[in-house]
Design a protein around this ligand. Sequence first.
Ligand SMILES: Nc1ncnc2c1ncn2[C@@H]1O[C@H](COP(=O)(O)OP(=O)(O)OP(=O)(O)O)[C@@H](O)[C@H]1O
Ligand SMILES: [Mg+2]
Length: 258
Amino acid sequence: MIRVLFNKKGGVGKSSLTVNLAAISASQGYRTLILDLDTQCNSTAYLDALDAPAQSTIADLFEQTITFHLYRRPAIEYCQATQMENLFIIPGSERLVELESELHSRHKIYKLREALESLSEEFDHIYIDTAPALNFYSLSALIAADRCLIPIDCDDFARQGLYSLQQKIAEIKEDHNPKLEIEGIIANQFMANANLPKQIIDELIEEGYPVLSEYIGQSVKMRESHQAKKPLITLAPKHKLTLSMVAIFNLLDHDKGA
Ligand SMILES: Nc1ncnc2c1ncn2[C@@H]1O[C@H](COP(=O)(O)OP(=O)(O)OP(=O)(O)O)[C@@H](O)[C@H]1O
Ligand SMILES: [Mg+2]
């Protein structure tokens, strides 16, 4: 099962959720892969994988599609082991920026899907972290994925962005990827004791948005986990934030393809 974490809005928790859901998946014995498609490389840094061996980043994998090689390295060779058993990553790279226009002009939008088709045989779960923009890479990811998870930070701008996001995903589904589904909207940094976040989420549910029933609170543990470069499930397995992440993981569909 291939999942992409996407929202054009920045700072909503895409990277935090990608790494923590993938780490929970790995801790439960699933062979799990993270793809970092964001030039900020936050997931890569979180998993302490910035020092990947030369030519082993996601940019190298894409670059291979626009340069001539007698030998094409299979996608599995880009997957790096992490500190956690069962958890692998194809690290992000700032070089994605310089490659983007050429990949776009040479119509390489389906290349990620091809790579992931072969990787799906090696991994039970694949999680893709994206930049806060609908660029070539996030579009490639939405074309390749089975499911999209949309984290929101429960403010009014998040709600305003959701309608156009939903339309865009419906369009990608129709034009490129019939299997794509929005699996859930994840309420992150939810403040249970304030009225506005609850009101926003209730309205989204009323409007028919698939908001997952577990809301993730705000906790400094998240930043501590980034700083320690350890996913919550290893840093603080019993913490409320971790249990909330596990509850989200348990709400996801693990039957098909897994
Ligand atoms: N539940 C949470 N509690 C506290 N802080 C959080 C929580 N979730 C995310 N954060 C913080 O919010 C910030 C943004 O999170 P994150 O980087 O995961 O978002 P993002 O959507 O990936 O951002 P970008 O769009 O820039 O890629 C980070 O500093 C992170 O520590
Ligand atoms: Mg991010």
